[in-house]
Write a protein that binds this ligand. Structure first.
Ligand SMILES: *Cc1c(COP(=O)(O)O)cnc(C)c1O
Length: 349
């Protein structure tokens, strides 16, 4: 435990957090004259539960993780930002991360005045375990890993990830936003044995709730207590807490299976195009493809009303587009549009 405490910024370790009116009284019936709310009921006149007790208990039950190890945030982005604010002294500390990966790790670092050390993924987007460790020094507080990785789509093996968690003296933030689409599984069951591991998951992808903004962080109870101290008191609104609780009752397993099936079908179809040079193996709900001319194909698809992500400018992703797997009909439209692209550009070259 002491190991982690020494990683925390001094001002955070000694922080006296804001105590909300509702932290002290847990009941739901009574005469509430404590929070200067409006007394006129409209469904939303009361502040939401700042600790999200019911929602956390449900998440804890679904994921089989003790409730003390669960943090809920306004998307995963809140969890990412909190990591910097808790552990990194601006202008002094640094964070090591893989490249290419999710852009928010470096944006949040820049906002917080924290140096980023990017380590390129190896051949076929493999995890550069030794180079990641070599990039660390005594001011490296965080290491961001993403598995399955966005935008490459591949998941790293649990043993490689665990090797990094065990060898690195700082906090490993493992982003598992796409874990539900992968058969490599989650590192959640190793959480208890790894006090320096923070696992981020989200309801935005497989769970289908991107519009509600709910990200989950799983970590040692001490790290969770720091996150609770630093977060905005009422970070999850009432509407989100209630709606998520309701939606968590319906299974998304069927949808997830369908997406994986569609991913395989799409991969198979894409490989037939001569303008598609490479379809990278994916453990996520998207495919990274290398094409003849990413900017040209992107513009063609856009003119056709099909919006994909152009990753051409990212290191290691030259001429790559990232295609989210949609419904069968949507994927079919993509294929149709690519056929037109080939008839326009490829055959006459
Ligand atoms: C989509 C995505 C998220 C989700 O972020 P939210 O803020 O929870 O919507 C997190 N990490 C990665 C790598 C993603 O691609």
């Amino acid at each position: 435990m002491n190991g982690i405490e020494t990683l925390v910024r001094d001002n955070i370790r000694s922080l006296c957090p804001y105590s909300t009116a509702r932290d002290e009284y847990e009941g739901s019936i009574g005469v509430f004259l404590d929070a200067n709310e409006s007394p006129y009921a409209n469904g939303f006149n009361r502040y939401p539960d700042p600790r999200q007790k019911r929602l956390k208990e449900r998440v804890s039950q679904i994921k089989a993780v003790p409730v003390e190890s669960v943090f809920l945030g306004n998307g995963s982005d809140e969890g990412i930002d909190l990591m910097y604010r808790i552990f990194c002294e601006p202008g002094v500390d640094n964070a090591v991360m893989i490249s290419p990966s999710y852009g928010m790790y470096s944006v949040a670092a820049a906002i917080n005045g924290v140096e980023v050390r990017s380590v390129p993924l190896g051949p076929d987007f493999s995890l550069p375990v030794d180079s990641l460790l070599a990039a660390c020094d005594r001011n490296t507080k965080l290491m961001f890993l993403c598995s399955p990785n966005n935008p490459s789509g591949n998941a790293f093996t649990q043993s490689e990830l665990l090797a990094l968690v065990r060898s690195f003296g700082g906090i490993v933030v493992l982003d598992e936003a796409y874990v539900d689409f992968s058969d490599k599984g989650s590192l959640l069951r190793h959480l208890r044995a790894c006090p320096n591991l923070v696992i981020l998951q989200t309801l935005s992808k497989a769970w289908g709730m991107a519009g509600l903004r709910l990200g989950i962080a799983f970590a040692h109870p001490y790290v969770i207590s720091l996150m609770n101290m630093v977060k905005y008191p009422y970070n999850i609104c009432q509407l989100t807490q209630d709606t998520v609780l309701r939606l968590l009752d319906s299974s998304v397993d069927e949808n997830t299976r369908e997406i994986i099936e569609q991913r395989e079908e799409l991969e198979f179809r894409l490989k037939d195009f001569s303008s598609v040079k490479m379809v990278f193996p994916s453990d996520a709900n998207f495919l990274l493809v290398r094409v003849d001319d990413a900017d040209r194909m992107y513009s063609h698809l856009l003119r056709d009303g099909i919006i994909v992500r152009n990753r051409n400018k990212l290191p290691g992703c030259e001429n790559c587009l990232r295609l989210t797997v949609g419904l069968a009909g949507e994927n079919a439209r993509l294929i149709e549009s690519l056929e037109e692209y080939e008839s326009l550009y490829v055959r006459c070259e």
